[in-house]
Design a protein around this ligand. Structure first.
Ligand code: SF4
Ligand code: MG
Length: 328
C-alpha cells in the first residue's frame, strides 16, 4: 500500500558531533509537490542528498516507492536513481562546459543503454522542445546560454530518463526574479504533464508558495512545521514560520510585524552548540512574549498536529496569536 513515492522516517545525518539532519520524517505523495524551506544551514540540502544516497544517513529510513534506499548499492541503487533526478541551484556548474547541449542530454541515455543514436537524438529534441527551447540549441555549449535557459537545459537533462521524482535544490535561487517565475511555471507545467512528484527546496517561503501542495519548514536540522499550503501561509502555527512569512516583503501596516522581523535578525545558533529544549528559543518572539516558559528550555517540542493538515513543533503552537500579528 503506497501512494507515497517517498517516505522518510526518522532520518538523521551526522557530521561528527553535529546532526545536520535530526530525526526528520516526511512523506511525499505521488504527484505532489512538497516545498522544503529553511535558512542556509537548516539541513534541507543535506536531507535531499541523503535521499539520493550522496550523503549517508546515520540512522533512519528512506523508502522510494516502497523500497529502502538507505544502504542500497550497485545495480539496485542505479536502477532506483534512474527514477529520481536532481536539479541544482547553479545550472552552469552542474552542466559540463565541454559538452554540447545535445551530448549532455544524450549522456544519461547512453549510461543506461537506452535507444539508438537516432532515437536518442530524437528524444533530445523532444525534451528541448518540452522545456521551451529550440531543438537547434543541441549544437551549442552551456556557457552560451543565460542562467534561465541553462536551467531549462538542466531540467531537460533531469527529465530525459522519465523519472518519477524530481528533487530541485534551490533551482531558482541563482536567477533573476523575473526568470524565477518562468522556471517555476515550467516546473508546474511539467509536473502535471509528466505526472511528476517534486521536492522543491528553497530558503524563501515566497518562492515555493505557488508550486507547493504542502510545505515543510526546517530549522537547525529539524522539521518545525509541516502543513497544507493554504494553512501554512494563511495561519502559520510555528513562530519561526510566522517570522519567515513576516520577512516576505508584502505591504503590511502592522507595526508588530515589523518588530518580529527585527527579532529574527538574531543569529542562527551554532549547530555544534544548540540551546536546550527548543532550538528556536534564542530567537523566538513567542517565547519572549510568554515570559520565557520553562518548558521551552527543558523539553524538545515534538512535531504534533495542530489542526488536520498542519503540524508544528512548538509547545505553544495553538497560541501564536499571543504575539501581535495580523489577527491580534
Ligand atoms: Fe518558541 Fe517555546 Fe514554541 Fe520553541 S516551543 S517555538 S521557544 S514558544
Ligand atoms: Mg543548500
Amino acid at each position: 500500500m503506497t501512494d507515497a513515492i517517498l517516505d522518510i522516517r526518522n532520518l538523521t545525518v551526522r557530521f561528527g558531533s553535529i546532526a545536520a539532519v535530526n530525526d526528520v520524517s516526511l512523506t511525499l505523495r505521488r504527484g505532489e509537490t512538497l516545498g522544503l524551506v529553511g535558512e542556509s544551514g537548516s539541513g534541507k540540502s543535506t536531507a535531499s542528498r541523503a535521499i539520493l544516497q550522496i550523503n549517508r544517513a546515520s540512522s533512519g529510513e528512506v523508502h522510494f516507492d516502497g523500497e529502502e534506499l538507505v544502504g542500497a548499492k550497485g545495480a539496485r541503487l542505479k536502477a532506483l536513481r534512474r527514477r529520481m533526478q536532481m536539479v541544482f541551484q547553479d545550472p552552469r556548474s552542474s552542466l559540463d562546459p565541454r559538452m554540447t547541449v545535445g551530448a549532455l542530454l544524450e549522456e544519461p541515455q547512453v549510461i543506461f543503454g537506452i535507444g539508438t543514436r537516432v532515437s536518442r537524438k530524437a528524444r533530445v529534441a523532444e525534451m528541448l522542445h518540452l522545456v521551451g527551447l529550440d531543438p537547434a540549441v543541441a549544437n551549442r555549449f552551456p556557457h552560451e546560454f543565460s542562467g534561465g535557459q541553462a536551467q531549462r537545459i538542466a531540467i531537460a537533462r533531469a527529465l530525459i530518463l522519465e523519472p518519477e521524482l524530481i528533487i530541485a535544490d534551490e533551482p531558482v535561487s541563482a536567477l533573476d526574479v523575473s526568470i524565477q517565475a518562468q522556471i517555476i511555471n515550467l516546473l508546474v507545467k511539467l509536473r502535471s504533464q509528466l505526472n511528476l512528484s517534486l521536492l522543491f527546496i528553497a530558503h524563501d517561503l515566497a518562492v515555493v508558495r505557488h508550486i507547493s501542495d504542502r510545505v515543510a519548514v526546517m530549522y537547525l536540522g529539524r522539521v518545525v512545521e509541516l502543513a497544507d499550503r493554504d494553512l501554512l501561509y494563511g495561519a502559520p502555527a510555528h513562530p519561526y514560520t510566522r517570522a519567515l512569512l513576516s520577512a516576505v516583503p508584502v505591504p503590511d501596516p502592522h507595526i508588530e510585524r515589523q518588530r518580529q522581523r527585527e527579532i529574527l535578525k538574531g543569529e542562527l545558533p551554532s549547530p555544534a552548540n544548540l540551546p536546550s529544549g527548543c532550538a528556536f528559543r534564542s530567537r523566538c518572539p513567542l517565547y519572549a512574549a510568554l515570559g520565557k516558559p520553562e518548558i521551552c528550555s527543558e523539553k524538545l517540542p515534538p512535531l504534533a498536529k495542530v489542526v488536520p493538515g498542519q503540524s508544528a513543533a512548538c509547545h505553544f503552537a495553538g497560541e501564536t496569536d499571543k504575539v501581535a500579528g495580523p489577527s491580534a
